[in-house]
Design a protein around this ligand. Sequence first.
Ligand code: BGC
Length: 760
Amino acid sequence: MTWHARMIAADTEFDGAPLLRREFRLEDGHGAVRSAVLTLSALGVVEATLNGRPVSGDVLTPGWTSYEWRVRYTEIDVTALVETESVLGLALGNGWYRGRLGWGGGRAYYGEELGGFAELTITFEDGFEQRIVTDESWTSGPSAVVANDLYDGETIDARRRDDAWQRPGFDGDGWTGVHALDFDTAKLTPYIGPTVSRREEVAVQRVWTSPSGHTLLDFGQNLVGWLRIRAQGPAGTEITVRHAEVLEHDELGTRPLRSAEATDRFVLSGGDDEFEPTFTFHGFRYAQIDGWPGELDPAAVTAVVIGSELDRIGTFRCSDELLNRFHENVVWGMRGNFVDVPTDCPQRDERLGWTGDIAAFAPTAAFLFDIDGFLKDWLRDVDAEQRNHDGMIPFVVPDVLKYIPRPAGSQFPDPDSTALWSDAGVWVPWTLWEAYGDREVLEAQFDSMTSHVRRVRSLLSPTGLWDTGFQFGDWLDPDAPPENPAAAKADKGVVATACAYRSADLVARTAHLLGREDEQREFAEHAARLRAAFNEHYVDNGRVQSDCTTVYALAIAFGLLDEEDERVAGDRLAELAEAAQYRISTGFAGTPFITDALSKTGHLDVAYRLLTERACPSWLYPVTMGATTVWERWDSMLPDGSINPGQMTSFNHYALGAVADWMHRVVGGLAPAAPGYATVLIAPQPGGDITEAETVLTTPRGRASVSWTLQGGRLHVEAEVPEGADAVVRLPGQEEQRVPAGQHVFDVAHQETSDSVATR
Ligand code: BGC
């Protein structure tokens, strides 16, 4: 790619949100304009206008990548916006590049200067191309944005608004020049996934005054974005909007945000003003508005939900309304945490691409929305970070933590590969392969996948176990004390060695698929050694070291045990789940796998009991507490309505929602029997008190669905298999059968298992 533009920066700071402009005239003598395409990128975030009109609905362009090696650009068709005399304008914000990142209070980890990059290529009727590019001929000036930060919020002073700069002939009063930055254009790379945009709007549900006298607004849904407000009042009036996910003692509950201010300020011009703080975003359900002139009109305030433009492809419903709400919470959690990067949470001073979170959640995500491009893009950053660090997959990608000095005595030692977190480099591409059946992701990630497993191999102790170094382990085990989320019941070596085995096994299978026989042998042998070491050191007649639910869940779900041991382990897992009165006893590592481990070993009834339990901790407890997203902790809000005293208390973390994957496959009964649903698996396993369920998915081949009802001892199943696919049908108590594409109806006798009757 040959670039003509330079990355340019304003000569003056202009409150950290400069405007850049260039005026031009269409070349004469070449006929009409056939097309005009704008290529746009930035160091920071950029919004472009052509003749005062936004070039697209995108926000936060070019998103967050590992900027050291990859800076994305978009290409936008702007043919309809070009005029004979035109002005191309760019507005820059700090974004991830120069804003605050991480909980240490630091900022500008990637650079101190914001840059704008644009190439507008106008093609005329006769084929002539006119190019307008960012270079030293541009000028820069102030905007109405006087402060902007993703965590802290944005301040817009409407008194400073003046659209003259968008028009030809602007006198440039108060404007200065620009300079080219030393930027390597080889880093520019097209988006593989979607851009971020406004996705929907949510109206105010309720306005009231808090005990301390503040005006509070409830939007009825924990969401991610900002408020757009219209207001009218004396010039200089300042309206302050503070955002939070929850209320505590009837006031805005901001403690979970830690140091993130999450506050927008709007200064009125005296005329009719409209504000939209597009250089920040907040995770919130509630807002506190102070300084509103006169009585607040709820219709003047709208929540704008932003996120990556992902297509919704999968839905699930069943006869249990609490489970439906839980599922909806999983979907909302995903919306809010797929804002360009797959993040842990969207609200506090974090919002990082924690690898373990997406390792756990990717299978669920791949069903709900088409995330193929989104995660392929992120995986390129995984690869880039690894190349910079001997194959190590860091805790977060993009890895900004490498720039943040760790305080003395920090619980984080020198970072190295960690189980589950670093395993994202293998599990995520494998998930995409299974869901969408496109080998390309395995080919693209093969080096990343193998270098991860090789690095972990180099960290094993002489016993062949991964029982060395720092591990998060079964992070946030509900039995760990609030102030020490890593103090889990599960032995860290057991968790890590199990994860290492799963990754080695998946890489061996990947090598086989790609016809790389040497690597297939290398990783199959490595996997076999890990499995043998695991069994030798951690397993005793089906008992797994530390004898808690997570270790059984992983050993069973990853296929680490021999048949007889697996049976014993399954029984023990069921026994432990029962002893815990079906409350959740697993953390980040065990939770995504416990229901699978139970259904795999004949304890479907126990899996249903866990899924439908409402007492704390359980998946449904937050739903009974009015949650509208999945929480970071099982008890982010305590039963008395107070916020968990721990440091990690987000109300929007997708990881523990990973059980939705099991709901789709086992409750709903729709799964890929072959990658990309070339063969669909239709295998509902009714249980609990659920009497019907419906699961629908747009597969790469078309629509697939399974819906079932249970009535009068009969299971009635209706299924749709897309053209070009076939299906394996596995119904309780029936011989497996294969059916072609089309609509199918099955009606079979259904008996509750004696096991499930006995445990009720
Ligand atoms: C994040 C988690 C993450 C964890 C790792 C937390 O602060 O929010 O979701 O995976 O740290 O320890």
